[in-house]
Design a binder for this molecule. Structure first.
Ligand code: ZN
Length: 484
């Protein structure tokens, strides 16, 4: 009995040794490298807005990590970002009827003020066109205070972005001097909320003000004239070069066919970009390291991509897709992670029903991964978009956003927010998924034609999201996605 039991154990161990998915899972669960790298990136490089010296350091750091892991093919690929916007200083104070310093953070794509400016504050409620119209008489040369609801869900966050085009329009229509937007997070928390995602500067200086300060200003404004002093100095410039980091493990049988695992390396600067998206950038590096260390070689090539310019409108992945146009027919699937260390319950199929079976089949090969919730929805807001618009099958990890959202783009997005257990599990899922897609005898899904992409975009209502984010015209003209 003893010997039989020993044999079972021994044979089980032998089986696990020779089985890449199980080897990848057990390494992901036991290795400390994922968290060590995340901590190093966040604590020693810190917040890394695209165009900043910190972002450049992060690019060099990531390329070195891939090389140190023994990966032969590592490259940094430059691309042009149309406009430089870097955080500088932002200061504000209430000067009447009470004096105190306001907690503010400039909104990305806000212009600078000309020195310090002072103006009357006018409460414009929720900032809707109707609310602006009500205050119309007092708005010329004023600073408008726009209220918000607390952000609790992705829908709330989406609604916050959706307000921007209307705010930009009203600030021009009424000749405002500046916009102050109430933070959607309580207890003084500030975050970077881009006022424009089209790389055009907003027409007036725009800043977020802490929820508590916004409410106090609004209460005072009910009975008195409130005046605010504002000074915003940003580093703003024309086109410049940023870089993506690309590494690959060549396939044994079909090296020209590529499964891509990607995440963005850049972040905003108030925090250190741990959940958005340092943990997943580190996960991409550590997955490459795992394949290398375990000498796991699938049939197809696995390409590991760390994009920059994501926070400016997914510019790095847009550039990657344009630069690798000749290879896109051979991009079998692109897999993207961008919701921190939230529990992965499955994947967004981004309108590609044909991916459901291969994804489930691949993940089912390892018991206990439990990432069975594949949803057909197509999402806009991370680095899968240009793959989707080019017909490349693409997946985004469907992760629990509960822990991620309160710290999104905020001062509080730091290493201590990372859920180590979930992050390791996410790496196991990512590794097994890319292994399975890269090693399947048949291609998991085909590349779509432009006509099929156009249908997908309308069927999934991706068009509405793209219109909101100012990407629609570029798709229609062929600048983004398939060229005409
Ligand atoms: Zn992100």
């Amino acid at each position: 009995m003893t010997s039989r039991f020993t044999c079972l154990l021994f044979c089980g161990a032998l089986f696990a040794q020779s089985d890449p998915p199980h080897k990848l899972v057990s390494r992901a669960e036991t290795s400390a490298a994922l968290l060590d790298d995340t901590r190093e990136l966040c604590d020693t490089i810190g917040g890394r807005p695209t165009g900043s010296p910190a972002c450049d350091r992060a690019v060099n750091w990531a390329a070195k990590k891939f090389r140190d892991a023994g990966i032969q093919k590592v490259s940094v690929e430059p691309f042009t970002v149309p406009r430089l916007w870097l955080p500088g200083t932002a200061e504000a104070s209430a000067t009447a009827p009470e004096k105190w310093t306001l907690r503010i953070a400039a909104a990305p794509m806000s212009p600078s003020t000309k020195g310090a400016m002072e103006a009357q504050l006018v409460d414009v409620g929720d900032g809707s066109p109707e609310a602006f119209a009500k205050a119309a008489g007092n708005l010329k040369g004023a600073i408008a205070l726009v209220h918000s609801n607390e952000m609790k869900t992705f829908d709330d966050l989406f609604a916050e972005y959706a307000k921007n085009p209307g705010l930009i329009e009203s600030s021009q229509k009424y000749g405002l001097a500046a916009l102050l937007l109430e933070s959607t997070r309580p207890r003084g928390l500030l975050y970077r909320h881009p006022i424009s995602l089209t790389n055009d500067l907003a027409p007036v200086p725009t800043a977020l003000v802490s929820r508590e300060h916004a409410e106090r200003l609004a209460r005072l404004a009910q009975n008195s004239e409130v005046r605010v002093r504002l000074s915003i100095a940003k580093k703003i410039g024309g086109p410049y070069q940023s870089r993506n980091v690309i590494a690959e493990i060549p396939g044994l049988e079909k090296p020209e066919e590529i499964v891509l695992l990607g995440a963005h390396l850049d972040s905003w600067d108030l925090g250190t970009g741990a959940e958005d998206n340092g943990i997943n950038a580190a996960m991409v590096i550590d997955t490459a390291r795992a394949f290398q260390q375990l000498a796991v070689k699938p049939r197809r090539t696995i390409r590991f991509a760390l994009f920059t310019g994501e926070e400016q409108g997914m510019l790095g992945s847009e550039a990657y897709v344009a630069q690798h146009k000749a290879e896109l027919d051979n991009h079998v699937t692109a897999v993207v992670f961008d919701i921190g260390s939230g529990h992965t319950s499955g994947f967004y199929l981004n309108g590609r029903e044909d991916l459901r079976k291969p994804v489930n089949g691949t993940l089912d090969a390892v018991g206990g991964l439990d990432a069975t919730e594949q949803v057909l929805d197509a999402i806009d807001g991370t680095d899968n978009l240009d793959f989707a618009l080019s017909g490349v099958p693409n997946l985004v990890a469907l992760q629990d956003p509960t822990a991620y959202l309160p710290d999104y783009h905020a001062e509080s997005d730091t290493f201590d927010r990372v859920n180590a257990k979930e992050a390791k599990r996410n790496e196991a899922i990512a590794a097994v998924l890319v292994w399975g897609l890269a090693d399947a005898p048949e291609r998991p899904a085909k590349r779509q034609s432009r006509a099929e992409v156009e249908k997908l975009v309308t069927d999934t209502k991706l068009d509405e999201q793209m219109k909101l984010f100012g990407q629609w015209d570029d798709f229609k003209s062929g600048k983004r996605g398939f060229s005409k």
